[in-house]
Ligand binder design. Sequence first.
Ligand code: ATP
Ligand code: LTN
Length: 332
Amino acid sequence: MEEKKKVVLSLIQPTGVPTLGNYLGALKNWVMMSKEYDCLFGEADLHAITVRTPPAELKKRCLDMFAILIAMGLDPEKSTIFCQSHVPAHAQLGWILDCYTQFGEASRMTQFKDKAAKHADNVNLGLFTYPTLMAADILLYNADYVPVGDDQKQHLELTRDIANRFNGIYGDFFKVPEPFIGKKGARIMSLQEPDKKMSKSDTNQKSFILVTDSPDVIVRKIKSAITDSEASVYYSESKPGVSNLMEIYSVCTGKTYEQITDEFAGRGYGDFKSAVAEAVAEELKPLRTEYEKLINDKAYLTECAKKGAEKANRIAGRTVNKCMKKIGFWQY
Ligand code: ATP
Ligand code: LTN
């Protein structure tokens, strides 16, 4: 008998065009995994409204992100690509899981503490219950693996705790998921402050590369990346700027750090930066070309979103109904 494929699920917030960090740390793994597993990928627009965004901007970002997911190589015929708010079961199960999560547990989430400090004028309850909605995203689909960057590990741990607790009360019901954190590219740093992670919400435009940046912009941003005064290319904790560029170059070309050091022995940072910029532009070129085509075809994007939502609703609707039955809700 043919073995059933493992289920992979991940979501990304449509809070802007993804950076090279998001791409190398998380999204590239999605594309790789989509070739092997039964995959569901989505945009977490319900999570995105924990930060205030003008309505037209939210809509634009959702369309943009959807186009990027397809442009980077996910096939809507093979994977389920969907928008979270098109599947009401996420909010339903999110509420249910709130009732199986302790206040103390949620209070310990470091992302909550960071975001509460960053958006001190809007510390809403959604920011606090963000991880239980994320747990619902995952548990609705019985996901085996969840590809994310380093920073989401704690939320995955909480999801596992909630699933185990629920199973302990009602008998085995939820699949307890495993995180999938790639080694290479799991943490790409800011080009301007290489001790901070590259982040799309950074106010300094020169600190990040967006996946839709043109080759000219990529060259400019990499040329102005912070390095050091040694003019020698090798990987070391004491050289965070150069090491970050080496990491980027390595993920884009498949070369090891030693190969890169050999390649640039006796050459200055100018040559090195040109090569990094060219490799990044080359890596992002197919995505950018495809994105520009797709973003002008709203009818196709809508059709894909409808198809994704239909598939997701079928699975998620069934799970939430069964879960409510376990709890003892009056159903007819
Ligand atoms: P924001 O700036 O809006 O907080 P972000 O750019 O930090 O966003 P998220 O949208 O929170 O990123 O994350 C999307 C995915 O990208 C997550 O799986 C996250 O772990 C991963 N990720 C984010 N930043 C990096 C980075 N610098 N390097 C590698 N992976 C990253
Ligand atoms: N919290 C994640 C986005 C996210 C997610 C998910 C990731 C929302 N729901 C479910 C994996 C599985 C983030 O900020 N990167």
